[in-house]
Design a protein around this ligand. Structure first.
Ligand SMILES: *[C@@H]1O[C@H](CO)[C@@H](O)[C@H](O)[C@H]1NC(C)=O
Ligand SMILES: *[C@@H]1O[C@H](CO)[C@@H](O)[C@H](O)[C@H]1NC(C)=O
Length: 254
C-alpha cells in the first residue's frame, strides 16, 4: 500500500515536472536584481573568473557581467543575456546585452555588471547617473544569442601554457546561445583524441596535450539537451605558442 502510494507520488511528480518543462519558455524574462562593479572604470575586467583575459575587459564594447548561479561552474562563461531594469522612470525597454566573463554575487543579485553596462540600461545620460546612484536595481533578464560580426571562433592559448608539456586555452567569439560542454583535442595523423578538463571558468587544459598539429572538437549543447560536435576547419599548429590566438575558421549562429 505504502509502496504503491509512493509510486503514485513519484509518477505525479514526474508528470508535473514534464508539464513544467513543456510550458517553460526559453524566451521569457526572469525577474532578478543587478548591481555593478564599483571599482570598475567603465569596462569589464581582464581578471574575471572565466579566464578570458583581455577579451573579458573589452569584448562587447565593455558590456560584460559577473554572474552568481548562472556562472554554472564556468559553463556559463561567454553566455549572453539581455538585461533590462524595471524602473519606468529611468530604464529603457531594451536594456543591455552583456557577456558573462566573471563569477560574483551581491545582495540577492544574479548579475554584477560593468559600470558601462549598468548605466547602459538607462533611457538617457541623466537617468544613467540616477541609476548608478541606486547601486542595486530590480531587473529582468533572458538568455540571447551572442553576436560577433566578422569574427570566427578563436582559440587563445593561455600564457601559462608551455609547449609540449602543458596546454591551456580559452575559446573566444562563440556566437549563438549554446554552451560548450566538452572539448577534445585530436592528433591529425592517427586521430588519437583526448578529452580535456575544464580547469576553471572557460579554461580548457591538457597535461600533456596530444602531439603534432591538433584538431579541436567542441561539443555544443542546448538547454534541452541537444548535443552537436563542431569541428573547426583549421588545426592548431604543432608549434603553438603561449599567448597566441588561432582562428578556427568556423563560426556558429545558434
Ligand atoms: C574600454 O574598452 C574600449 C574598447 O572596447 C577601450 O577603447 C577603452 O579604452 C576602454 N576603457 C577603459 C577605461 O579601459
Ligand atoms: C573565417 O574562416 C574562414 C575559413 O573557414 C575564412 O575564409 C574567413 O576569412 C574567416 N573570417 C575571419 C573574419 O577571419
Amino acid at each position: 500500500m505504502a509502496f504503491s502510494l509512493m509510486c503514485f507520488v513519484l509518477l505525479a511528480t514526474f508528470l508535473f515536472m514534464q508539464t513544467l518543462a513543456d510550458t517553460s519558455c526559453t524566451d521569457c524574462f526572469v525577474q532578478s536584481r543587478a548591481s555593478f562593479y564599483s571599482n570598475s572604470e567603465e569596462n569589464g575586467t581582464d581578471a574575471g573568473a572565466c579566464g578570458f583575459g583581455s577579451f573579458g575587459a573589452t569584448i562587447n564594447g565593455g558590456d560584460v557581467s559577473a554572474a552568481s548561479s548562472l556562472y554554472r561552474d564556468g559553463v556559463g562563461c561567454g553566455a549572453c543575456y539581455q538585461i533590462r531594469c524595471t524602473n519606468g522612470g529611468y530604464c529603457s525597454s531594451n536594456g543591455v546585452t552583456i557577456v558573462l566573463t566573471d563569477q560574483g554575487s551581491g545582495d540577492n543579485t544574479d548579475f554584477i555588471l560593468s559600470q558601462r553596462a549598468f548605466g547602459g540600461m538607462a533611457q538617457s545620460k541623466d537617468a544613467s547617473t540616477s541609476l548608478l546612484a541606486l547601486g542595486v536595481v530590480d531587473i529582468e533578464y533572458r538568455r540571447v544569442s551572442c553576436s560577433y560580426p566578422n569574427k570566427n571562433i578563436t582559440i587563445k592559448i593561455d600564457e601559462s601554457s608551455s609547449n609540449p608539456n602543458y596546454l591551456a586555452f580559452v575559446i573566444w567569439f562563440q556566437q549563438g546561445r549554446r554552451d560548450i560542454t566538452a572539448v577534445q583535442l585530436c592528433e591529425t595523423q592517427n586521430f588519437v583524441c583526448k578529452l580535456l578538463e575544464r580547469s576553471h571558468g572557460a579554461v580548457w587544459t591538457a597535461t600533456p596535450p596530444p602531439s603534432g598539429p591538433l584538431s579541436l572538437r567542441m561539443l555544443f549543447s542546448t538547454e534541452d539537451g541537444d548535443d552537436t560536435w563542431v569541428v573547426p576547419v583549421n588545426n592548431i599548429p604543432e608549434d603553438w605558442k603561449a599567448g597566441e590566438t588561432y582562428d578556427s575558421g568556423v563560426q556558429v549562429d545558434q
